[in-house]
Ligand binder design. Structure first.
Ligand code: MN
Length: 238
């Protein structure tokens, strides 16, 4: 089973459960570790959490700034860059998509409710799998291929974020947007599997609505020679 580095956060067990259901082995990465620990892993899962320091994209902090745990910014930015350079499969969730974007030189909307007053509600906290809004999936993207026929219509998602991507980082394309235009998913078409989502697919680990995202990460992280015969056949590629 491929080893997936997973950055520590508050609701860690949901991410671990989603990953295990998809056949991955979670390797916990804590903020005191060096980014070189990634060399022992086959894939990377960036998790949710507090806000990326706006100094890292050249802005002063908005009054609502709520920092993540110490050292998480530095470590996760380094992990995102290392995964890009090594073409390591990466799924970046919520804070993770924001880290991915800042690592590529992008910027963030620091507070959606005050900076985009016409936006839909993006902070619906309880229960964690409560549907908050839909997303429109962009045609021809990896996200569309993962979601299959469901991507043809609006896809209901949960939403627990007050920040979002503003200026898109290098080599990223938008793969889903909310009805208000807020970016809800990105990917890097120049890499095998670098995908970010602004919602929380792991909150659905019991019911499986977004299991396809974790399965795609695990499949991409499995060396071709180690993939079960059936799995490689069903993908139609070696
Ligand atoms: Mn949202």
């Amino acid at each position: 089973m491929p080893r997936i580095a997973i950055t520590s956060c508050k609701r860690l067990s949901e991410y671990e459960s989603a990953l295990k259901h998809a056949g991955g082995t979670p390797i916990l990465i804590t903020p005191d570790m060096a980014p070189g620990v990634l060399q022992m892993c086959d894939g990377l899962l960036l998790t949710g959490g507090g806000d990326v320091s706006p100094a890292l994209y050249g802005e002063a902090a908005h009054p609502t700034f709520h920092p993540a745990e110490p050292k998480r910014d530095e470590l996760e930015l380094a992990l995102a860059k290392a995964a890009t350079e090594g073409d390591m499969p990466m799924l970046a969730i919520c804070r993770g998509i924001q880290v991915l974007n800042v690592a590529r030189g992008g910027t963030l909307i620091q507070d959606v409710p005050s900076e985009r007053p016409d936006a839909v509600r993006h902070e619906v906290d309880v229960p964690p799998f409560a549907i908050a809004h839909t997303v429109t999936v962009i045609r021809g993207t990896q996200l569309e291929r993962m979601l299959g026929a469901r991507a043809l219509g609006p896809v209901p998602v949960n939403s627990r974020h007050h920040q979002a991507i503003k200026a898109l980082g290098r080599s990223l394309i938008v793969s889903a947007v909310a009805p208000d235009g807020i970016i809800e998913a990105v990917e890097d078409p120049s890499r095998r599997f670098i995908v970010g989502v602004q919602w929380h697919p792991e909150s659905f680990w019991k019911t499986g609505e977004f299991a396809c995202l974790f399965q795609a990460l695990v499949t991409a992280a499995t060396p071709a020679q180690h993939r079960p015969q059936g799995a490689s056949n069903s993908l139609g590629q070696p």
